[in-house]
Design a protein around this ligand. Sequence first.
Ligand code: CP
Length: 310
Amino acid sequence: MARSQLSVKHLLGIKELQVSDIEIIFQTAAQFKTVLERSIKKVPSLKEITVVNLFFESSTRTRVSFELAAKRLSAELINFSASTSSVKKGETLLDTVQNILAMKVDVVVIRHPSPGAPHFLSTRIPAIIINAGDGAHEHPTQALLDCFTLQQKFGTLKGLKVAIIGDILHSRVALSNIWALTKLGAQVRLCGPSTLLPPYIESLGVTTSYELMDTLQWCDVANVLRIQHERQKGNYLPSLREYHQYFGITPEVLEKVRHPITILHPGPINRGVEISSEVADGPHSLILDQVLNGVAIRMAVLYLLAANPS
Ligand code: CP
């Protein structure tokens, strides 16, 4: 495997990455994807490295994907869940991580409800930090796997019209995708109810729309976001039924569009709310490709940061 250097020591967000970093990650992920298609899906690249999966929020895809990625690279892996740890007894984030690092851990993969938690750790502890989602801020490996999935399908993202539809306000996936897609030359439109579109978001080089049909007529790709029930503290929506009526992606809505639209969804899916089962499981959906590509992308990120530190 050819080694290339990233410009960053940690993966804290897409905002901090250069286009060349994203290209190196994609080239490395493409090579690791071929490993995942072999009968023996393992390489010895990180056999000296110990990774801790430090999850202070629920996760299925990201946690399992990082676990599998570390194991496929022959790294040692520890899974830490805040709900069964001494965090419940009042231990701080810094104390928790320093105690884990005292056991000689090289890489910390962290998901935390507070925006900036991975950045905080990166300035205080001598380990490689990978952001697996920090509050409503960034989810960099999700955006990398989304864009990698599109690059594998379309060859390039330059000029591709990508709509991100739904709860933009609470979405770290949206923000990381905006950074990644615009860096890679895609055109981005955000679509959702006005209450879920943040003010000033167009300053990031995207357009916005409240009209689903108009957005679908425009786009090549729809990245459909879930409604984040756990972050909806205000009255952003009259009801989920009304949201589905105006913004739900269904076969009936897609039939009115003049061209096929590639469908992405980061998961977990609220079937029957933001997307119907027919569309999620339909011929234009790349949702399960995203999940497979997620392992390859996380292998690439772990490898490039830990086997080849800047
Ligand atoms: N896409 C995503 O982050 O899913 P999980 O919350 O299950 O990790």
